[in-house]
Design a protein around this ligand. Structure first.
Ligand SMILES: [Zn+2]
Length: 237
């Protein structure tokens, strides 16, 4: 489907987003979970880096990355999705593979972050979520002000599985959706790709926004182009 005419969305909406949605925010396109770490200067964080003797090294490498992530501002596509949530009579949920936290930064309130977020940390004690500024740093390691335990990045590291609670929320949102809009994802990274695999989605309206990658099957309407331009066409019925 070409053109610039508006496309009306109806019922309960889920936006399923990948790296392509953040291109307009000046981030490079990266593939899936590991993408943010595909930086030649940065050794990929691994679950074993959470061991007490390795944690200082992890934070030495990762701390600046978290600070840098907070400087990135949302793209027009993030902003438009947040607007649609405010305008729409039905729930609008974001299920994202990105860890940049830009959907929440744009004002979306129902965001399922499959791979976590670079904008928060999680303590290794009770699992409190906190902001970089809230932590008490001692010897290069951020500590939780609630329970005093050291913190870890709040993202899924290599060697870790997605959090079951987060995965369940994503599956539920997909099952409940009348409309699914997949934006800027090539749907090749598992397990996230399972959420939109052929045969798994019941939503009657399915929209695929991508400049290149084809939809998983022919049940999708393909709005071919970049996320900012195509999401701008969406309206709510
Ligand atoms: Zn804590």
């Amino acid at each position: 489907m070409d053109g610039t005419q508006p496309v009306a969305l109806s019922g309960r909406i889920v936006f399923f987003t990948g790296a392509g949605v953040s291109v307009g925010a000046g981030l490079p396109t990266y593939r899936g979970t590991g993408g943010i770490y595909q930086d030649s200067e940065l050794e990929p964080p691994h679950a074993r880096d959470l061991a007490p003797d390795r944690l200082p090294g992890l934070w030495a490498r990762f701390g600046d990355r978290l600070r840098a992530a907070r400087e990135v501002t949302p793209a027009p596509a993030h902003v438009r999705m947040a607007e649609l949530e405010r305008q729409h009579r039905h729930p609008v949920v974001i299920v994202t593979q990105n860890v940049d936290g830009l959907h929440a930064a744009a004002g979306s309130t129902q965001v399922v972050e499959l791979h976590g977020s670079l904008r928060t940390m999680r303590c290794l004690g009770a699992g409190h979520h906190l902001d970089l500024d809230q932590a008490i740093w001692v010897d290069g390691i951020p500590g939780c002000p609630e329970c005093g335990q050291p913190c870890r990045p709040d993202v899924v590291l290599f060697g870790e599985s997605l959090q079951p609670r987060v995965w369940a929320a994503a599956e539920q949102a997909m099952q409940d959706a009348d409309t699914v809009v997949a934006v800027g994802t090539s749907a090749v990274v598992y397990p996230a790709a399972l959420l939109i695999a052929p045969g798994t989605i019941a939503a009657r309206q399915r929209i695929w926004i991508n400049p290149e990658a084809e939809p998983p099957d022919d049940g999708w309407t393909w709005l071919k182009g970049d996320a900012d331009t195509q999401v701008a066409r969406l309206t709510c019925a």
